[in-house]
Every structure is written in C-alpha cells, then in structure tokens.
Design a protein around this ligand. Sequence first.
Ligand SMILES: CC(C)(COP(=O)(O)OP(=O)(O)OC[C@H]1O[C@@H](n2cnc3c(N)ncnc32)[C@H](O)[C@@H]1OP(=O)(O)O)[C@@H](O)C(=O)NCCC(=O)NCCS
Length: 164
Amino acid sequence: MSEIEIRPARREEFDAVGEVTVEAYRVEGFFEVDAAYEAKLRDAAGRAEHAELLVAVDPGGEVLGSVAIVQPGSELAEISRPGELEFRMLAVAEAARGRGIGESLTQAVLDRGRELGVDRVVMSSLDVMRKAHRLYERMGFRRLPERDWHPHPGVNLIAYEYGF
Ligand SMILES: CC(C)(COP(=O)(O)OP(=O)(O)OC[C@H]1O[C@@H](n2cnc3c(N)ncnc32)[C@H](O)[C@@H]1OP(=O)(O)O)[C@@H](O)C(=O)NCCC(=O)NCCS
C-alpha cells in the first residue's frame, strides 16, 4: 500500500477516474439497481468542479481509485447538513482491491474532515454495497438510519456517520 499515492485528481486524469468508477460499480452489478447513475459516475470533471476529487495512483501514474469530498449545500450534497462533510462515489478498480486502497481513500476523507473541524463525516450508499459497508464499519462509521433515503422507488440508500 505504501507505494500508492492519494492526492487531488489532475485534469488529465478525469477520464480515467470516470472509467475506474463506472467499472467498479459495473462489476458489482450496481447498474441493475440504478441504470441512470452511469453518466454521473463517468462525469469526473463535473465532480472536480463541485467537490474535492481525490485519486489513488500507483507509481506509474495509473488511477486505481477515487472518491469525491462534498460540502453540505453544494451541487453534489445528498444527506449532509451544516457542520458535516460528505463523500460520494468511492471506487477502487477491481484488480486493485483488497490492498487497503479503499480504506486509504476513506481515511483521506476523514483527515480532511478533521482538518476542516467538522462534527462528522456522513455518506449514503446502496443497501447492496456490502463490501463498502464492511469497510465503513471496520473504520468506525455507524449507521445513521434517520437519513436513509430513496432516490427512486426500489433504490435504497442507507446512511452512515463518522463522528469526531
Ligand atoms: C468498497 C471498495 C471501494 C473497497 O475497496 P478496496 O480497496 O478493496 O478496500 P480495502 O482494500 O480497504 O478493503 C477491502 C478488503 O481488503 C482487506 N484488506 C485491506 N488491506 C489488505 C491487505 N493489505 N491484505 C489483505 N487484505 C487487505 C480488508 O480487510 C477488506 O476485507 P473485507 O472486505 O473482507 O472486510 C471497492 O470494493 C469498490 O470499489 N466497490 C464498488 C463501489 C462501491 O461499492 N463503492 C461504495 C460507494 S459509497
């Protein structure tokens, strides 16, 4: 893991970020749940405009993963409130999984939250994203059921919080 760098995405990496994110969701079959989501996942340039877009890159510069850090009230915010930070679209390329990259990206979000002095970091994810839920729970996130929501009928997003 030590050779993987986590840092803000560069403009020339936006296409790769979009591709890695779409593929990460596709291999899990998540588009069967929400087909309309693909275009949003691919739009890394849009994410960089409205969020802090982080990447995980290997020493050769290949993009292996990404996450978007979102301020409450901003274009990409879903469940965050003032005094909180939110993250979205965490993804790691299938071939690079199980090496702690997802945890490092999530840790970078928590580090940013601490730096900004927010009370908590929140996020919501599809109920079927079990690998992600294991990761969040292992890192100390707790379920926040009062913020669970449904963008469309049958699409269940469950909320988590990490309190500082
Ligand atoms: C969720 C996701 C980001 C996790 O990425 P990842 O890089 O594989 O995450 P990690 O490597 O930190 O953790 C995954 C597993 O590897 C294990 N692991 C981490 N580092 C390890 C190491 N050095 N050696 C062995 N195992 C390790 C973890 O314990 C974890 O095990 P578990 O799943 O059995 O609990 C990835 O599966 C993904 O992109 N999923 C699809 C998109 C998604 O669901 N995103 C969430 C949206 S909110």
